[in-house]
Design a protein around this ligand. Structure first.
Ligand code: HEM
Length: 280
């Protein structure tokens, strides 16, 4: 039994959702052979734009990537694209949702995705855009909003982890987060981080492929969930150590760097929940 699907949280909306694909704009999209696929292409192109601008600006705040450019220059070139990506992803998402309402209404992944989206919007507008615009400086209101955005992000991850298995979407986020931290870390921190991650991957493979049989879900499920938490812990710890340590772009300070890491990961988590929707 699920408790985090929209139907569990908002049972009073059942009638409205059931009629969505019988009215505009859900009906013409559902009745067309091509419309859903075309809208979904727009959705994924917008995601590529959003993810690209988020990576470029947040990596610059962390102090890696295009470090020759001042952050305010990146803001000038990319802020408009961030807005465009966000508007297109929301419009196309709502169009697909209107033609497929019942599927979203019964999906825990959709709840995780919408909470992740809220966190992503808060972190983008409270941290990424103002910090790049002001060359890494943030006012007190942005800082408070950033902490609220981070709390919403952690809640979204927790909802994600309530699913029956440590599902594929979760490993996408962990892999992406792990690679970004590997790229952004430096020196001894990077060497130790890589060594620990490789050791953990080897242990996980050994336990889930040799110690337990592939169909022994009773044992595999808690092992995979335990490893998911352990990987998240090591990735976050390394991000904190790297943010607090030295490196180019140090003018930004550990708070902005740590938040910039979170502002990248939150879009990846939201996208992974979107992918999970398509699996379900
Ligand atoms: C109002 C907000 C949104 C709504 C209502 C929405 C709705 C949807 C729907 C209905 C699908 C199709 C699932 C299927 O194939 O049945 C989908 C797919 C997807 N969405 Fe969204 N979405 C929204 C925002 C976002 C955002 C912000 C992201 C990324 C950060 C995102 C990433 C994705 C991805 C990666 C897929 C999977 C495509 C695939 O693998 O087939 N969505 N979304």
């Amino acid at each position: 039994m699920t408790v985090w699907a929209p139907q569990d949280l908002f049972p009073q909306l059942a009638g409205w959702v059931a009629n969505l694909d019988d009215t505009f704009p859900g009906k013409p999209i559902k009745d067309s052979v091509y419309a859903f696929a075309q809208v979904e292409v727009g959705h994924l192109l917008a995601l590529a734009v959003l993810a690209g601008t988020s990576l470029l600006m947040n990596l610059r705040l962390i102090g890696v990537g295009l470090t020759e450019e001042p952050p305010r220059e990146m803001y000038r070139n990319l802020a408009g694209w961030t807005w465009a990506g966000l508007i297109v992803i929301l419009v196309t998402g709502l169009l697909m949702g209107a033609s497929n309402g019942e599927r979203l209404y019964t999906s825990e992944a959709f709840t995780a995705k919408m909470i992740g989206l809220a966190a992503a919007i808060v972190l983008t507008f409270a941290i990424t855009l103002p910090a790049t615009k002001n060359d890494g400086r943030l006012g007190p209101v942005s800082r408070v909003l950033g902490v609220i955005g981070l709390a919403i992000f952690l809640f979204a991850i927790w909802v994600f982890l309530q699913a029956k298995l440590a599902n594929p979407g979760l490993w996408h986020v962990i892999t992406a987060g792990g690679l970004i931290v590997l790229y952004a870390s430096r020196g001894l921190t990077r060497v130790v981080y890589l060594g620990v991650m490789l050791l953990m991957i080897a242990c996980q493979q050994l336990i889930t492929h040799i110690v337990y049989r592939p169909d022994d879900f009773e044992h595999l499920d808690p092992v995979n969930k335990g490893f998911a938490w352990a990987f998240v812990g090591v990735i976050l710890l390394t991000a904190v150590v790297q943010s607090a340590g030295s490196g180019r772009g140090q003018e930004n300070g550990p708070f902005v760097k740590g938040m910039a890491f979170a502002a990248i990961l939150v879009w990846i988590m939201t996208a992974a929940a979107g992918r999970w929707l398509a699996f379900a």
